[in-house]
Each structure stands twice: as C-alpha cells, then as structure tokens.
Ligand binder design. Structure first.
Ligand SMILES: [Zn+2]
Length: 249
C-alpha cells in the first residue's frame, strides 16, 4: 500500500534550537504564526517563552562527550524529558546515532526520531527498524542550502516540487543572523556559548539578502501554493494509521 507521504509533496518545517536565546525563538514563532504554518522545534534547553499551538516540541539531545545536558544516554534523555515532558520526538545534535537508541527512545516514551540525513533524495518515506521507533529522514538543511549556494531571494531548490517526504531543518540563530554564505553561517554555531545580548546579535545581522530572506520567501511560497507544513507528530500519526490500514489488505 502506498503511504500518504508518497502521494503528495509532504513538507515538514523543523528547527534545531542549538541553544538559541529565547528572543530568537520568539522571532521564529511569530513569523510562523503570522503565516499560519505548523512546525516542529527540537529544543536543547528550557525556555521561558510561551509555545504557540502551531508549534510541536521535540528534544535535541547533545550526546557528544562535552554535552552540557548530562553524561550518558539515560541521564541526558531523562533530563530533557524533565524539561519537556510532552516531547514525543527527538533529533540528536550533529546527527549522532547508535543502534541502542532504536530501543532506548521508545522505552522512554519517544515515538519518532529525525536524526538521519538523505539530502535532496526523491520519494523519501518514514522508516522503522528493530522495533517501534519511526524515523523521518531529513531532506534539506539551511547549512546545505548555503553550502550549495542555492538561491536566497526565491524558492528554487532541486526536486522541491516532487512528491515524497521533505523534512527541512532551519537553525533559529542562523535564520536570525541572515547569513548569505556557508562561511558566514558557520560563525553562528559558537555564539550561544558567549551569551550574546540582543544588541550584540543585532550588530551581527546581515542587512542584505540572506537565510532570513529565504525563510520568509519559503513561508510565503507555502501559504500561496497551498502547501501546508506538517509537524512530525502529525506525520507519525498518519504513518501509524497507514500501516494499520495496510494490515487489512
Ligand atoms: Zn544541533
């Protein structure tokens, strides 16, 4: 049986918070709200701003040796679920993966993962292996877009207009700083460790065409073309429903 995600262009906007300050997340929440777009945010740390109803929250664990979240899989996941008890999904920082996570995440109540990168592949589908965890491969990232020098002033990504799963990752701080090149974008990843003030970040913002321009173009494109963005939780439910139906055939 064909899955629903195969029959249409299934876009899912997602965001990896990577310790972005609250006002940066607020900037993104407001933009998405204005366009009526649903999205999934994978958070790295507790936040003190209200999460709007169009935003789904997942966790973004950092399993590297230097993680500020804990020292092993169990303690890091438990800590993050204390912060975000309703999180049903995960994306690991820096694409970290380990076979034991297939079992560990569902044991902690996490139903889906999106820590797998298959850039610009056509016809992507959710996958499962060794149990219940549903994995959503990622189709595009803002880093790849800048690296490949795709257009920033309009929506023009190869194979964008084809059917299949298109999970897209933006990094909020990167969007906020609006870089126009891959090298300029790289600088944003170390910024949160320096606790920049909003004024300091403002001075680093590119005033010309950049990633924020593209993000706004994409939001307008989605609303004007009737292409909604799904949350990964919605696609997870749909996948389970499709699988359930296929048992009847
Ligand atoms: Zn990350």
């Amino acid at each position: 049986m064909e899955l629903s995600v195969e029959k249409r262009k299934t876009i899912a906007l997602t965001f990896d918070a990577d310790w972005a300050p609250d006002y940066v997340l607020q900037h993104l929440f407001s933009l998405l709200n204005r366009h009526g777009i649903r999205a999934t945010f994978f958070l790295t740390n507790p936040i003190e701003i209200e999460i709007p109803s169009n935003i789904e929250i997942g966790i973004h664990p950092d399993f590297r040796m230097t993680s500020p979240q804990g020292s092993d899989y169990n303690s890091i996941i438990d800590q993050m679920l204390t912060w975000f008890p309703n999180a049903g999904g995960v994306r690991n920082h820096c694409w970290h993966w380990d076979d034991s996570l297939y079992e560990l995440f569902p044991a902690k109540g996490i139903e889906y993962d999106s820590s797998l990168f298959l850039p610009l592949h056509p016809g992507l589908l959710p996958t499962t292996a060794y149990g219940k965890l549903i994995r959503f491969p990622v189709w595009w990232t803002d880093n790849l877009h800048l690296y490949e020098k795709f257009a920033l002033d309009r929506v023009s990504i190869p194979r964008f207009d084809t059917n299949g799963l298109k999970v897209m990752i933006f990094h909020p701080l990167k969007v906020y700083l609006n870089p126009s090149s891959f090298d300029a974008g790289k600088k944003s990843s170390i910024l949160p460790t320096t606790n920049p003030t909003q004024e300091q970040l403002e001075s680093l913002r590119n005033p010309g065409v950049g990633l924020d321009t593209f993000f706004n173009e994409l939001c307008s494109y989605l609303t004007q073309n009737g292409n909604q963005s799904y949350t990964l939780g919605e696609l997870k439910d749909e996948y389970l429903n499709d699988s359930f139906n296929s048992l009847d055939i």
